[in-house]
Design a protein around this ligand. Structure first.
Ligand SMILES: Nc1nc2c(c(=O)[nH]1)N[C@H]1C(S)=C(S)[C@@H](COP(=O)(O)OP(=O)(O)OC[C@H]3O[C@@H](n4cnc5c(N)ncnc54)[C@H](O)[C@@H]3O)O[C@H]1N2
Ligand code: MOO
Length: 390
């Protein structure tokens, strides 16, 4: 058995960053920017008013000063003239500040009669002008790699970038195996259960930016497994679920080997998730996840998600652990790293009582995987522990 860290090293060696594709801005949310993007314009492109009011010369601002309003500058329609001594231009938020003006008095501080305005007694120092290029300049770089968030999309739009170079989505084929499995919505026989893992993992990988292909459930025969693998031809990564252990019907490893899989490792010193296997299978990375539902989801979180990030060009990093203080004591851990389902109560982390790897209700209500290192000693309330948010 190898450690979680050793397994991750082997796994990273199985995948490489994928090529880029160009998508329209409307399709860029959540995608990973693959190349630096350069602003094709300056924003704002002119000095702009940040308030509705009157543009005039700062040097003339004094209590009760009077000005003649000689025109208007609105957003999209600038005042073409120059503001001269004793003159003001009606101006609105976002409008270009006219030549000659260097100050905007907000309209609340002004009394207007006809074309004349009188300033109030106290005018704040703030000029209410946004300088040209105050947000960004033409030629400024928006750096890759970066997973694009809504605010990034707004910024790229503002830079007049309408097409975005992003890393192609990793194509992940998920293959559930087992005679006992039927799809959600089907009617299971008396000895059957619903295939849950493929759907949980598909959701996890798609949230990370993968395109998931759910293969038909393979029965516990070599022929059925072969057939299912054959459908995964275009995949960058093949994930099998179940059939990874030592039972007579655990056929994934021998069938994968027959199909040319070069196994990088089998079995990791972790709980849940011990019977994990991985290797190269043709052009794809193949990862065999254990069948127990929580084991499959934990392995997805700890191993597959970091690989997808590497494929997306986000670098070779395991998901960083966070720290929290314990809300209940923990017994000493054994020789396998333990990823315990745990929840926050009043800001402190408490491990669930039941940690069996079949319990999806426990996983679904958990906030975190509390990470216990190999041979971690007993812990008391208030001790700092590592966790992965889920
Ligand atoms: N003698 C031993 N028995 C087992 C060992 C061991 O070391 N020696 N390891 C145990 C551990 S740990 C795990 S985890 C499981 C993993 O076994 P497999 O990967 O071969 O998985 P299966 O036997 O096919 O299934 C286990 C369990 O999970 C259910 N399952 C499978 N696929 C799905 C799915 N897609 N959705 C929902 N549930 C699924 C399956 O019905 C079984 O209940 O082996 C232990 N045994
Ligand atoms: O270690 Mo198995 O992966 O729990 O239940």
């Amino acid at each position: 058995m190898i450690s979680v860290e050793q397994a991750l090293t082997h796994l990273f060696a199985l995948v490489s960053p994928l090529p880029l594709e160009v998508v329209s801005l409307g399709d860029a949310q959540g995608r990973v920017l693959a190349r630096d993007v350069v602003a094709s314009r300056t924003q704002p492109p002119f000095a702009a008013s940040s308030m509705d009011g009157y543009a005039l010369r700062r040097a003339e601002v004094e209590p009760d000063a009077m000005f003649k309003v000689v025109g208007e500058s609105a957003a999209g329609h600038r005042f073409e003239g120059t503001v001269k001594a004793g003159q003001a231009v009606r101006i609105f938020t976002g409008a270009p500040v006219p030549e000659g003006a260097d100050f905007v008095v907000i309209q609340e501080d002004v009394t207007r009669r006809g074309t004349l305005i009188t300033l109030g007694h106290r005018i704040a120092d703030k000029d209410n002008i946004r300088p040209a290029g105050g947000d960004f300049m033409q030629g400024e770089t928006f750096p890759a790699p970066r997973r694009l968030r809504p605010a990034d999309i707004a910024l790229l739009a503002s830079m007049n970038v309408s097409k975005v170079p992003v890393t192609r989505k990793p194509r992940v084929a998920i293959l559930a195996t087992g005679d006992e499995l039927v799809q959600p919505g089907e009617t299971p026989g008396p000895d059957q259960i619903i295939a849950s893992n493929s759907h949980g993992l598909a959701a996890m990988f798609e949230a990370e930016g993968a395109r998931v292909q759910l293969l038909p459930i393979a029965r516990d025969t070599r022929a059925s497994l072969m057939q299912a693998f054959a459908l995964a031809k275009d995949a960058d990564m093949i994930i099998t679920i179940g059939g990874a252990s030592v039972g007579d019907h655990d056929l994934v490893a021998p069938v994968a080997a027959k199909l040319g899989m070069e196994q990088a490792f089998y079995k990791v010193a972790m709980r849940p998730g011990k019977p994990l296997m991985a290797g190269r299978m043709g052009d794809a990375a193949m990862i065999g996840l254990p069948g127990n539902p929580v084991s499959a989801m934990v392995c997805g979180t700890v191993f597959v998600v970091p690989l997808l990030r590497k494929m997306l060009g986000l670098g070779e990093k395991c998901t960083p652990v966070r720290h929290a203080s314990l809300g209940a004591p923990l017994a000493a851990n054994g020789p396998r790293a333990h990823y315990m389902r745990a929840g926050f109560v009043d800001g402190r982390l408490i491990a669930e009582d039941r940690q069996d790897s079949s319990l999806l209700t426990v996983l679904a209500r958990a906030d975190a995987l509390l990470v216990r290192p190999v041979d971690d000693p007993a812990r008391k309330i208030g001790d700092l522990v590592d966790y992965l948010p889920i």
